[in-house]
Design a protein around this ligand. Structure first.
Ligand code: MG
Length: 160
């Protein structure tokens, strides 16, 4: 059994009057939304990069360039499904992912269970293999000033 780990990081600017997509769902109580070429789902993008990194398959921008009109406004769930397919093509199976979202507002914790339900099947793993944590940035820096949101992810993959 061969085992590999990968890490991912992503950041998006926040702007008033936008829908906020995070972890595959639209946050209902968000004062601002993330800005991006796709739906700007920072959590999914970080997970994609962790998975691609573990498999040494470059990064999300390499596969889904933010200059390509095909991905404009794209639902990021498509990217995660596609990344999973790329890994499985190379014989990799996803073990687990662990993520942290840094966001000042709104609270993410009430939505974590629903996010896990959405994300697990896209990676062909169980909800128990998806960990999503959230923290504020204690009002410090761009996250603290509510100018942006960022996410970190670590993934383990395995091959028989
Ligand atoms: Mg991104």
């Amino acid at each position: 059994m061969k085992i590999r780990v990968g890490m991912g990081f992503d950041v998006h600017e926040l702007e008033s009057g936008r829908n906020f997509y995070l972890g595959g769902l639209q946050l209902p109580d968000a004062p601002k939304g993330a800005v991006g070429h796709s739906d700007a789902d920072v959590l999914i993008h970080a997970i994609c990069d962790a998975l691609l990194g573990a498999a040494n398959l470059r990064d999300i921008g390499f596969h889904f360039a933010n200059t390509d009109n095909r991905w404009k406004g794209m639902d990021s769930k498509f990217f995660l499904k596609e990344v999973t397919r790329l890994l499985e093509e190379k014989g990799w199976q996803i073990g687990n992912v662990d993520c942290t979202i840094c966001l000042e507002k709104p609270k993410v914790n009430p939505h974590v269970e629903e996010m896990k339900k959405i994300l697990a099947p896209l990676m062909n793993i169980t909800e128990d293999d998806v960990s999503i944590k959230a923290t504020t940035n204690e009002k410090l820096g761009y996250v603290g000033r509510e100018e942006g949101v960022c996410a970190y992810a670590v993934a383990l993959i395995q091959k028989a």
